[in-house]
Structures are given as C-alpha cells and as structure tokens.
Design a protein around this ligand. Sequence first.
Ligand code: HXC
Ligand code: NAP
Length: 275
Amino acid sequence: MSVTLDFADMSVVVVGGTSGINRGIAEAFASHGAKVAVASRNPEKVADTVKSLEGMGAGMAMGQAFDVRDPDGVAEGLAAFHAKMGDFDVLVSGAAGNFPALMSEMSNNAFRTVVEIDLMGTVHVMKAAYPFLKKPGASVVSISAPQAFLPYEGQSHVCAAKAGVDQITRTLAMEWGHEGIRINSVVPGLIDDTEGARRLVPTEEARRQALAAIPLERMGEKADVANMCLFLASPLASYVTGTVINVDGALYQGGSGHLSMQMGKMLRMTAGSKR
Ligand code: HXC
Ligand code: NAP
C-alpha cells in the first residue's frame, strides 16, 4: 500500500509555532507544500521561523507576533492570516507556558499565568479561528500534555489547564461536528530537545528516571508529534474527531508517579532550604 500526503494549497496555522514541537509541526506541513502561518510573542522567533518555512518548500509562509492571553491580538493576527491564505484547512493551537513549582510556593498570579496561556489561550484561539475554519473539512488540533490526566507534583497549573484543553476538544467536536470541522487533542509524551523537556527533566538523573518509565524506552522526537498532525489533517483521519491521542511511547501506561514524586521531593528541598 502506498499513502501519499499532499498538502499543497492547504492553509495551515500553527499558534505557538516558532519553537520546539509546534515548530516541528509547522515545518512538516511546509515540507509537504502547504501554506503555513505561525504566531508567538517574540517577533524575532516569528521572522526566523517564517524564513525557515520558506526554505523548506512552503507554498507560502507568514507570521504574526501576538500573545494568546490577548484575545484582540489573537483575533487581529488570525484575521491577517485569513486575508492572505483564505480559510484554514488546519489549525494547531500549541502555545504553552510551564515551570515546575509547588502549589504552596506559587503565587496566585504564577498559577493564573499558566492557566491564562494554556487554557484561556486555547479559548481565544478557538473563538477567533472559528469564522475562518474551512466548513466542511477543517482539522483542528490542540497540543495537550500527559499532565491533563496524570497528576504530577510541581505541575498543578499545567495539570488543571491541559485537562481543560482536552474537555474543550471533546465539547467542540460536538458543537462543530455538524459543520464538518474535526477537532482532536494530541498529547506529546516526553519529547527530546524541547523547552518542555528541559524544564521537566532538567538533569541526567531525571532523564534516566523518565526513560525508565517509558515502555518504548526512548524519548519522542518532534517528528513523532508532527506525523500525527499530518495524519489528522489527511483523508485517512476523516472520521476521527473528539479524541485525545497520545504520542508518548506508552508513557501514560508507564505512569508518572515515581518521576513526579522525585520532582516534588526536589522542589520541597529547594523550598525548605530557602526558609
Ligand atoms: C514560581 C514562577 C516561576 C517559577 C515564573 N513564576 N516562574 N513562580 N516558580 N519557576 C511566576 C512569576 O513570579 C509571576 O508571578 C508569574 O509566574 C508570571 O511570571 P512572568 O515571568 O511575569 O510571566 P511571563 O513573562 O508571562 O512568562 C510566562 C512563563 C514563562 C510561563 C512564566 O516561563 C514562559 O514564557 N514560558 C513559555 C515557554 C515554555 O514554558 N515552554 C515550555 C512549554 S512545555 P508573580 O506573583 O511574581 O507576579 C509544557 C508542558 C511540558 O507546557 C510537558 C513536558 C512533559
Ligand atoms: P516551546 O518550545 O517553549 O514552545 C512554546 C511555543 O509557544 C513557542 O513558540 C512560544 O514562543 C509560544 N508561546 C509561549 N507562550 C505564549 C504566549 N503567551 N502567546 C503566544 N505564544 C506563546 O515548548 P515545547 O516544549 O516545544 O512545547 C510545545 C507544546 O507541546 C506545548 O503546548 C506543550 O504544553 C506541549 N508539550 C510539550 C512536551 C515536551 O516534552 N516538550 C510534552 C507534552 C506537551 P514565544 O516564546 O515567542 O511566545
């Protein structure tokens, strides 16, 4: 059997697409000829990504700098994409913020910051993109995290926010299904060479323990997550919607307990030594 993935002429928007996993997704679509737009806060990162996408064969590449916490900025940015590329065939919402911190050591504003970026950011992106989504036919993907269903010490903010993101996915699949819009969450496991992994597994010892909890015995690659997004955007996935799909080497089944408790211990020691 041969399967050809052809995204030429498709319009793809990746919010938070200027580094790490999400940039990998933008690059994968660009290398298959799609018109690709990326957005994040930092204009230099946006410009650098657009240049790279052009060099990879994108039908068109463009970018906007905005903060997903600002609904007006998101709406203006997505409208600018729509004016140039037409209705969106693919929307990926992946902007996120994370830092390990115990609830007892975190200010309310620290917790709120992560919820504002991950959860409210998703709400702002979904609402602003809705008028521009191809109907029927759009594939929408939210980038979630294992913390949505695996409790993890030092991660209460992301656990709460990403659980909300997944419930938005399930709900919008119902609200938008009659218009032929599909929406799914993709859950990367621990992905190598990313900011998220650097924050969550900051030492060689932590990395070793993380690997011990992953049945496939390796960290994921950015391409593993990008490949799932390509699949979801393809006709092969035309009946797939409302799902939360792990791309994690069965990290979920391995569980986060041990690694999470080590993180908790480390954060408590740090907090104790400051008192
Ligand atoms: C406790 C902290 C903190 C920390 C920040 N804060 N870092 N509190 N411990 N380590 C507090 C600040 O004191 C402040 O509260 C509040 O959080 C907001 O901080 P700012 O620095 O003003 O926020 P901002 O500049 O908006 O930056 C947002 C950010 C930052 C989330 C704090 O780290 C960021 O920009 N992150 C984006 C990149 C990122 O995180 N990538 C990884 C995604 S990975 P006060 O009370 O002082 O005002 C992911 C899942 C990974 O999401 C899963 C891996 C398996
Ligand atoms: P990353 O490189 O830090 O990517 C985050 C992206 O979001 C960047 O482009 C960043 O650019 C943008 N961003 C952050 N805050 C923003 C804001 N307020 N408004 C607009 N854009 C913002 O992190 P990553 O590790 O690759 O993570 C990418 C996604 O995968 C996230 O959704 C994360 O939760 C998820 N994830 C990662 C892992 C992992 O192993 N890394 C595991 C599970 C889930 P700017 O800084 O320019 O804004």
